[in-house]
Ligand binder design. Structure first.
Ligand code: GAR
Length: 217
């Protein structure tokens, strides 16, 4: 049984999708804790209501990034995770933190990386005139929004889209690919090649294109 710790900063809809899929699909895994840097993150209450251990480690209460990351790591390690999942965790992590969880730290970013790392991804995609957008699940390395890619979802940019409508369409696809990527991890289906590319052991497609449902969202 693999132990998953999820880090959030806000509503935690990706956390919910992962927790739901884990329970409904009977993964050999459990979400053992949900932690946040924001004490008011609404996802914390959602997790607590389901009996999941929660804690907040307020980054503002720490002198610097290193002190915050050390406190966060201490809290994570209490739960002895096999996998740490960043699900809308809006903090830049120190290289020491990333190295501590190397190979067991996943992130989702709402763009087709390596395009539009960082913030305001949807606005920037619209300003650039992109015709497609999407989301990427990747292992975390010291470089921001970089690291071996597990899965990508592609959605269309539609006429009249705003950052909000595009974000909502991308989010639907996030809820499809993040649980799948976590499931692959807990089922030991991912292998990192000597070329640095992350592959599925059974050659499952590592991309997702929109279904009619998600196109309308
Ligand atoms: C998601 O869109 C996620 O991709 C993004 O924050 C949102 C969190 O939503 N993450 C990043 O931008 C990280 N760079 P959620 O709290 O409902 O899962």
């Amino acid at each position: 049984m693999k132990r998953i710790v999820i880090l959030i900063s806000g509503r935690g809809s990706n956390m919910e999708a992962i927790h739901r899929a884990c329970a409904e699909e009977g993964w050999p895994a459990a979400v053992v804790a949900v932690l946040s840097n924001q004490p008011t993150a609404s996802g914390l209450a959602w997790a607590a209501e389901r009996g999941i251990a929660t804690a907040s480690i307020d980054h503002r209460a720490h002198a610097d990034r290193a002190a915050f990351d050390a406190a966060l790591a201490a809290e994570i390690d209490r739960h002895q995770p096999d996998l740490v999942v960043l699900a809308g965790f809006m903090r830049i992590l120190t290289p020491d933190f990333v190295a501590r969880y190397a190979g067991r730290l996943l992130n989702i970013h709402p763009s087709l990386l390596p395009a539009f790392s960082g913030l305001r991804t949807h606005e920037r995609a619209l300003q650039t005139g992109c015709k497609v957008a999407g989301a990427t699940v990747h292992f975390v390395t010291a470089e921001l929004d970089y690291g071996p890619i597990v899965l990508q979802a592609v959605v269309p940019v539609l006429a009249g889209d705003t950052a909000d409508t595009l974000s909502a369409r991308v989010l639907v696809s996030e809820h499809q690919i993040y649980p799948l990527a976590v499931r692959w991890f807990v089922e030991d289906r991912l292998v990192l090649g000597s070329d640095g590319v992350m592959r599925h052991t059974g050659n499952a497609p590592q991309w997702l294109f929109p279904t009619p449902d998600s196109r309308d969202t």
